[in-house]
Every structure is written in C-alpha cells, then in structure tokens.
Design a protein around this ligand. Structure first.
Ligand SMILES: [Zn+2]
Length: 173
C-alpha cells in the first residue's frame, strides 16, 4: 500500500472546482465516449469496469480524486436524468446504493461526495453521457489530488483498488 503525504490544511470538503480539473482528463481519453466503451468492452479490467447491471455501468475514474472514486452511469448514452425512464433511473440509484455500501466495507471512508456535472459549463468532461461521481472521503484528504498527480502513484493505486473492489463485489454477490 502506498503512503501519501497529506496536507493538514482544512478546506471545504466539497470542492467542485477540482471536479472540473478531474474531468478535463476524461476529455482526453481519445475523444470517444469512455463510458460507452466500458459498456462494450470485453476486457473489464482494461476499462476499469466494476459492474454492468441491466441499465447501469460502474467504472473507476481514471484520474481519481481519492481511492475508490467511481462513476455510476446509465448504459444508455444520454446527457440528463430526464432522458432516462423510471426503470433506468431506479436501476442507477439501486446500483449507486450498492456501491456506496461496498466502498464502505472495502475502504472504510469517513464520508462520501456524490455529484454530477450536467453540461460542459458545469464542468462535465463528458457532457453527452450522464454520470454520477462517487468520491469516498477521509479526514484530512483535501490535498490528495495534487500529491498523487505529481508522483504518478495513481496507476498502481487504481489497479490495487480495482482488484480490491472486484473481489469484494464477488464476496458480497
Ligand atoms: Zn456514451
């Protein structure tokens, strides 16, 4: 397990401007819709896809704010909640609930931020495919992102977290 230097600075725990920064990386994933790619991939480990339900996909964010930063999205390529029917909406919420529970067991965070950026001006890196960010939070983690971004520990961490969450999911299934 990698140890991170963490700032003691106390900031507001919800930092939406950081989400904009994170999403700017998602935009650089080759111009394709990476959520649709995750839905169609035959290699879930490569696309960091944790689960495909009937209507919902769960992928790890390639540039996480924190370990266990997930995106929960409808499988259908739509940009807003009002383009989902009730059963798609319900499936997404049930999947969201399941993964929050699973993350609690796997990573024992102190809390979560959940958020969706609707529209490019709100910071969405992929405005055409709706997705909800699930970000586990720990006390004192507010400066985690700049630290990891400059030390390239994220890929190893992503793989570790992916394996951990996948095996936890199998256990709970
Ligand atoms: Zn898509």
């Amino acid at each position: 397990m990698v140890t991170y230097a963490r700032s003691k600075a106390i900031e507001n725990l919800w930092a939406p401007w950081r989400m904009v920064y994170i999403e700017s990386f998602n935009k650089k994933r080759g111009g394709k819709c990476f959520i649709c790619e995750a839905c169609m991939s035959r290699n879930p480990q490569k696309t960091l896809t944790l689960e495909l339900t009937h209507d919902t996909v769960v992928v790890m964010n390639l540039y996480p704010y924190n370990p266990g930063h997930l995106l929960v999205a409808p499988r259908s390529h739509v940009e807003d909640f009002d383009m989902l029917n009730d059963s798609q909406m319900l499936d997404m919420l049930i999947t969201l609930r399941k993964w929050i529970k699973l993350l609690k067991k796997a990573l024992r965070p102190d809390g979560f931020n959940l958020g969706a950026n609707l529209g490019e001006d709100a910071g969405a890196g992929l405005p055409e495919h709706l997705h909800v960010h699930v970000v586990p939070r720990w006390k004192g983690d507010t400066n985690f992102m700049p630290t990891t971004a400059s030390t390239k520990v994220v890929p190893e961490l992503l793989e570790d977290t992916y394996n951990k969450l996948s095996s936890m999911r199998r256990k709970l299934a």
